[in-house]
Design a protein around this ligand. Structure first.
Ligand code: C2E
Ligand code: MG
Ligand code: MG
Length: 504
């Protein structure tokens, strides 16, 4: 019932301007008929009088009808392009979907259209949009396809689907045509479109939802590095991932305030005597509803949305707190490393916040090691060296994390004065029986030793790898073979077993 009432409301809303005009037209028409009647009152022939009256009524009704048909036609049109507007595009699409065959909804956006508006002004911008519409519309080859302008420089298309290859071909053809558009002096505008594609599965879904899905696929293209592809296809799994990310995003700040992010410690074992010689602080999110969430689920998201900066600082402070407590308890000195993501590098002077936190705790500063991810070392060398100097000036240490997971070269090691090198677990995924793999590990360890860097092998799970790394004089192992990341309380139990009773 509610549904019907809402529908009636929306129809009245949509048609209220027309209804208003109809009322005025009817009043004016009726007044005219009355006047005509008065004027013809004295006419002799009743037949002629009735004929004239009927003719007048018919003409008035016809003109009113013609006016509204024209008005209705205009209501469905987009002012700028002259094509269908969003509402009409959705209405026609809805009708087309009742037919046979497969369809895709395409959401298209003009690349950097703002530049055209800025360079040529809005009027030319509008004219270009009209031309773009014409190019797109010319590609709607079949009677059962439709396009329309959704908003600004975004167009929607409901197209027949035969294969992705064919679709891609058709969309490229649109871009080829758009590339030819030129201004009055024959200079090409350089127009190109990006397309998000949603292959229609549930035809009963509102077309507006289909457009949203196609738009999601488009966003993926626009966010892709260098926009190498011009077309992206909607994928249900990605949508789930996106909605998962949204739900994490809505609660991340509150979670940080509520202390839901907790540092776990994974021991680093010194290889000479296989005892704990350090630890890495790894974040875990304890959500009151979901329970524990692993960093692989939220760190990449926080790296995208920038929140990782806050989280890293929080983790850094937690590490300071832990080390201060250990010092007060008289535990032996066990260094802790903490990750620093590349997100900080966009913030000038970001390291001051680290220094400010450090100044508030009474900690052995050289027990803190900052892990810088390998990918930082690709192109930000001078900034990086400045940071490394600052870390050292503050009395802390630093290491290259995940070395070997990317494309950094061994050569780069000589240019950065880090204290330690963490070999990524990619080196230890394969069994070490593989001679070539062994040679690579061997040469990395060798070079690191020559440069006086401590070496830590991450992700070691097999005993034979431990023995081999020992032979190669690797300093530490951080891997499941010895221990997984654990709560601070558990770590204290195994790291300070003897000291527990005497120190507490
Ligand atoms: P990472 O910094 O390279 O940390 C090492 C990861 O390897 C940890 O995963 C650890 O549990 C895992 N690992 C250690 N030994 C083994 C092993 O033998 N086998 C396998 N399969 N895995 C092993 P975790 O805790 O899931 O963390 C994953 C990544 O999340 C970290 O990689 C780091 O990049 C990021 N991360 C964790 N905490 C933080 C943080 O506080 N800040 C930032 N920026 N990133 C963090
Ligand atoms: Mg790390
Ligand atoms: Mg690592």
């Amino acid at each position: 019932m509610d549904h019907v009432v809402n529908r009636v409301h929306s129809i009245i809303y949509e048609w209220r301007s027309i209804l208003g005009m109809v009322i005025w037209d009817v009043i004016a028409g009726a007044a005219f008929i009355c006047l005509l009647y008065l004027a013809l009152m004295n006419m002799e022939s009743t037949l002629t009088r009735t004929g004239v009256m009927l003719l007048a009524v018919a003409l008035i009704l016809l003109s009113i009808a013609a006016k509204y048909l024209l008005y209705y036609g205009k209501m469905r049109r987009d002012d700028v392009t002259g094509g269908w507007n969003k509402k009409e595009f959705e209405r026609v699409s809805d009708r087309l979907l009742k037919g046979e065959g497969e369809f895709v909804v395409v959401y298209a956006n003009v690349d950097r259209f703002k530049l055209i508006n800025d360079a040529y002004g809005d009027d030319v911008g509008d004219a270009v949009l009209k031309e773009i519409h014409q190019v797109i519309d010319a590609e709607m080859l079949r009677w059962d396809e439709v396009s329309g302008r959704i908003m600004a420089d975004n167009f929607g298309m409901m197209m027949r689907f035969l294969s992705m290859k064919k679709l891609e071909h058709r969309l490229s053809r649109i871009n080829e045509q758009l590339a030819l558009l030129e201004d009055s002096e024959g200079i090409k505008y350089g127009i190109k479109m990006y397309f998000g594609v949603y292959q229609v599965e549930d035809r009963n879904e509102p077309v507006s939802t289909m457009l949203e899905k196609a738009n999601l696929a488009l966003k993926k293209v626009i966010q892709s590095p260098q926009h190498l592809v011009h077309m992206g296809v909607y994928d249900e799994k990605e949508r789930e991932l996106l909605s998962r990310e949204k739900s994490l995003e809505t609660k991340m700040e509150r979670a940080l305030k509520n202390g839901e992010f907790v540092p776990f410690l994974q021991p680093k074992y010194e290889l000479v005597n296989e005892t704990i010689g350090g630890a890495e602080a790894l974040v875990r999110w304890f959500d009151p509803v979901e329970g524990m969430i692993g960093p692989n689920e939220f760190i990449p998201l926080f790296e995208k949305n920038g929140f990782v900066v806050e989280l890293d600082l929080y983790m850094f402070e937690q590490v300071c707190k832990i080390l201060e407590r250990w010092k007060k308890k008289g535990y032996r000195n066990v260094p802790i490393s903490v990750n620093m993501s590349r997100g900080h590098f966009t913030i000038p002077g970001f390291f001051d916040r680290y220094l400010e936190i450090l100044s508030r705790y009474d900690v052995p500063k050289n027990s803190i090691e900052i892990e810088l991810t390998e990918s930082l070392f690709y192109n930000e060398m001078s900034m990086l060296n400045d940071l490394i100097n600052q870390i050292h000036e503050a009395g802390m240490r630093c290491s290259i994390d995940d070395f070997g997971s990317g494309y950094s070269s061994l050569n780069m090691l000589k240019d950065v004065r880090v204290d330690a090198l963490k070999l990524d677990r990619v080196f230890f995924k394969e069994a070490v029986d593989d001679q070539r793999g062994k040679s690579v590990v061997n040469s990395v360890l060798h070079l690191a030793q020559e440069l006086d860097l401590k070496t830590i092998s991450e992700g070691v799970e097999i005993r034979s790898q431990v023995d081999y790394l020992k032979e190669m004089d690797c300093d530490y192992i951080q891997g499941f073979i010895f221990a997984r990341p654990m709560s601070v309380a558990d770590f204290e139990k195994i790291a300070f077993a003897g000291a527990q009773s005497s120190a507490s």
